[in-house]
Ligand binder design. Structure first.
Ligand code: 3BD
Length: 327
């Protein structure tokens, strides 16, 4: 086979594997068996081995990185990854709404998102290619964990359009994977993780990408850091566009016309969160229009246009129920 034929064959293999990945991880309905997938991947890796000059950074073979790192490189976030103010009850949500409405002329619509209990990360794409992934760190300086993030199947190595942008999201470990990992750790006499958030953070802070690759991590994208020429005017449009680009957003987000609808959404999830495949520790409420976000601006450390409604910690509820039952 000459180089031209190899190039053609490689492109076709990559396309097939990317489609299989999407069917398996995003649509949850694979059209081929794991065995067929593995055979196809082996064919790709063998052919790339014969023509290494034809390997591209977005090839599915490049997901699980090379040798372990000896330390993480520090990275600066051009747009700081801020904190979030908290609300612990309905009254504090209404206070947030009053403050926001006091700061802008027109009515405010909100977007509510489940607050995924994982590790906040930033993904940078240049001309559609995934070039860098970093932890939030202290909001200004994070750690470069690109090689580990490349192992998350739901992070596309190439977007469906060649945009240059930086997106933010929460990397997490699904509850089932967390339970399986802890069973394995206990079977090996290792210390189990206390919760899925620690397990996700611990997995992404491994210096060896091969370990991260085995941890079955996932991600939901929820925001945009830098996106130069984007014409979008609202947060909800951004979420829809991220999905179109092949970036996974959480399907439960909802646009709410006022704080009453926000409160209904929040109350709905207080009891339904146990049915989710992943842990959440609250709901994030954001002003939808970007021009209104700009008018409201930021406090020293967090936006005035967003707040996190925090659920009471689960063990607290369990404990209270026990007391009630025992009375
Ligand atoms: C872009 C803004 C600032 C509004 C924002 N900030 C968030 N966070 C900030 C605080 N973060 C943080 N992390 C560690 C230490 C301190 N703060 C962790 C992310 C969000 C987290 C989630 C989520 N978890 O599902 C979400 N759907 N939307 C967010 N939106």
């Amino acid at each position: 086979m000459n180089e031209a034929e190899a190039k053609q064959k490689l492109e076709s293999l990559r396309e097939q594997l990317d489609r299989y990945n999407y069917e398996y991880h995003v649509e949850d309905k694979p059209s081929v068996s794991d065995y067929e997938y593995d055979m196809k991947m082996r064919e790709l890796i063998e052919l790339e081995g014969k023509f290494p000059e034809l390997i591209t950074p977005d090839s599915p073979s490049q997901r699980v990185g090379g040798p372990p790192l000896d330390a993480f490189v520090k990275v600066q976030h051009n747009v700081p990854m801020l904190s979030l103010g908290n609300a612990f009850n309905e009254e504090e949500l209404r206070d947030f709404d009053r403050r926001a409405r006091g700061g802008v002329e027109e009515d405010i619509e909100y977007v509510c998102e489940l607050k995924i209990d994982g590790l906040a990360v930033s993904l940078t794409y240049e001309e559609g290619l995934f070039v860098r992934g970093a932890t939030r760190g202290d909001g200004t300086t994070g750690e470069d964990i690109t090689k580990n993030l490349r192992t998350i199947r739901n992070i596309p190595l190439r977007l469906k359009e060649n945009h240059s942008l930086e997106v933010r999201g929460e990397a997490y470990m699904p509850k089932k994977s967390f339970l399986a990992l802890n069973e394995e750790k206990e079977a090996n006499g290792d210390e189990p993780f206390a919760n899925p958030r620690n397990a996700a953070a611990g997995s992404l802070r491994q210096l060896d990408p091969k370990i991260a690759a085995k941890r079955n991590l996932d991600i939901f994208l929820y925001g945009v850091g830098e996106w130069e020429d984007s014409p979008l005017e609202s947060h909800s449009e951004r979420l829809e566009k991220l999905e179109e680009l092949g970036l996974k957003t959480n399907p439960e987000w909802k646009k709410c016309k006022d704080i009453e609808e926000v409160i209904d959404y929040v109350n709905g999830w207080v009891e339904h969160r146990m049915n989710l495949d992943y842990e959440i520790d609250g709901i994030v409420i954001k002003v939808d229009r970007l021009d209104q976000q700009d008018v409201l601006g930021f406090t020293a450390k967090s936006p005035r246009w967003a707040i996190a409604y925090k659920f009471p910690a689960e063990e607290a509820i369990t404990h209270l129920k026990d007391i009630e039952l025992s009375v």
